[in-house]
Ligand binder design. Structure first.
Ligand code: UD2
Ligand code: MN
Length: 460
């Protein structure tokens, strides 16, 4: 552990106590018990008021009588059962309703809390009830179940992209400068969602979660945005470590037919993101479907007099790339072959070295949604089209031009690469992209960017 975390006078003496709320849906026996025991064993008894297990309508037999009988040995543990499948968001709200301590601490049902995890979290809330705090989330290996401790000197903070997907990024310079040592809590624009402590009254003041959110997803950004926009702060506390099993795929059944995550994200964007919501909507082809009634959430925001999303971006997350500051947004269509083909890449953030390819243009955004930045990058959020001499790839944006610099003149329609001076083309068999000596007469080298605005370009 970071030595600075151990200093005995580091924390307040009269910390508030907490109710730990753990929701589960069909969790494995050993994994759930590991979570509960780590909380009981590694939390100071006077700070742990109770552990509330919310069973979100599981059907595994070990989670019924067996669990109840086992937990009678631990009087602090209460089991509450949902009468139908609620999804994790409403299950968390059920847990909150039963909680009696001033602070709520949420954990996923496959965690391990480490020694000293709780005090540094409660300490922050003890100083300011509007501070929402997250531990550092370490990895519990999903096959060996081993705990991989991660040194908190290189702590990451939470962000998001315009698909409204949560992501991690390195601590920004401006935030590093605010601190004298690596044990100090750092501001984070967003939280991962599962593991955090919040003052119960503050959570209620913020309108808890949007209960129109279903099953899973989006609730973490909702709570993050409104914490910052409505007067609070969100921090990651390097002295607090909790391990979590990151699973490769979702182990439980989703209600088929509706895209739950998309519905949640639309509600989130419509209520909290003002004009910036449009960047998400473009990604989903402006198809909304039925996202329910959001009027009470809009009223909540008004009642709390929360700040604008622009304020949030300017002050809390200035690193985020804003699509509106780009020169083009949308598809990139080739002129050859009757204009049927578009630049297409299934790569997501973190997939390094995914080739950029071609696909019939579909006008649904997604893998064909590109942005040209005013610095001449062709971006998909934090990924950039990159050419290093062989194939054309998507690579994390580095901001240093070089292999990620592209020139486009709408008159010529050529996409010319900055360092090699070659031009992007479709191969003659229309199977792949290739780089060729520029010739503006070759249709295969002619491209059209959607919504291109040359005046915004800072490179020519
Ligand atoms: C992350 C969060 C998770 C939640 C989620 C959705 C972390 C480490 N994890 O994904 O807490 O915020 O993002 O945004 O930050 N569960 C139910 N009912 C359901 C589905 C899930 O009770 O219908 C429980 C589940 O047993 C687990 C918790 O909710 O304890 C979170 O689900 P997850 O572990 O599948 O989410 P995760 O970690 O992939
Ligand atoms: Mn989880």
């Amino acid at each position: 552990m970071n030595g600075k975390c151990k200093k005995p006078d580091r924390y307040k003496s009269n910390l508030p106590s907490t109710s730990v709320i753990i929701c589960f849906h069909n969790e494995a026996w050993s994994v759930l018990l590991r979570t509960v025991h780590s909380v009981i064993d590694r939390s100071p008894a006077h700070l742990l008021k109770e552990i509330i297990l919310v069973d979100d309508f599981s059907d595994m037999p070990h989670l019924k009588r067996q669990l109840e009988e086992y937990m009678t040995m631990y009087p602090k543990v209460k089991i509450i059962r949902a009468a139908k499948r609620e999804g994790l968001i409403r299950a968390r709200l059920i847990g909150a309703k039963h909680a009696t301590a001033p602070v709520l601490t949420y954990l996923d049902s496959h965690c391990e809390c480490t020694v000293g995890w709780l005090e540094p979290l409660l300490d922050r809330i003890g100083h300011d009830t509007k501070t929402v705090v997250c531990p550092v989330i370490d990895v519990l290996d999903d096959t060996t179940l081993e705990y991989h401790w991660r040194d908190s000197s290189g702590v990451n903070v939470g962000g998001f992209d315009w698909n409204l997907q949560f992501n991690w990024h390195a601590l920004p310079e401006r935030e590093k400068k605010r601190h004298s040592n690596s044990a100090e809590p750092v501001y984070s624009p967003t939280m991962a969602g599962g593991l955090f402590s919040i003052d119960k009254n503050f959570f209620e003041l913020l309108g808890t979660y949007d209960s129109g959110f279903d099953i899973w997803g989006g609730e973490n950004l909702e709570l993050s945005f409104k914490t910052w926009m409505c007067g609070g702060t969100l921090e990651i506390v390097p002295c607090s470590h909790v391990g979590h099993i990151f699973r490769k795929r979702s182990p439980y059944k989703w209600r088929s037919g509706v895209n739950v995550l998309k519905k949640n994200s639309i509600r989130l964007a419509k209520v909290w993101m003002d004009d910036y919501a449009k960047y998400y909507f473009q990604r989903i082809g402006n198809e909304f479907g039925d996202y329910g009634d959001i009027s009470s959430r809009l009223e909540l925001r008004k009642r709390l007099k929360c700040k604008s999303f622009k304020w949030y971006l300017d002050n809390v997350y200035p690193e985020l790339f804003i699509p509106g500051e780009s020169v083009a947004q949308g598809e990139v269509r080739n002129n050859a072959f009757s204009g049927r083909y578009c630049l297409d890449s299934p790569a997501r953030k973190g997939d390094t070295h995914k080739a950029v390819g071609l696909y019939p243009c579909h006008k649904m955004g997604g893998n064909q949604y590109w942005l040209m930045s005013k610095y001449g990058e062709i971006r998909r959020d934090e990924m950039c089209v990159d050419y290093a001499g062989s194939d054309v790839f998507l690579f994390p944006c580095h901001g240093s031009k070089g292999n990620q610099l592209w020139f486009y003149k709408p008159e010529e329609k050529l996409i010319q690469h900055g360092s090699s001076k070659k031009c992007l083309a479709i191969s003659e068999n229309k199977k792949k992209l290739q780089m060729e000596s520029c010739n503006s007469k070759v249709l295969r080298q002619q491209w059209r960017f959607e919504n291109f605005n040359a005046t915004a370009l800072l490179v020519t």
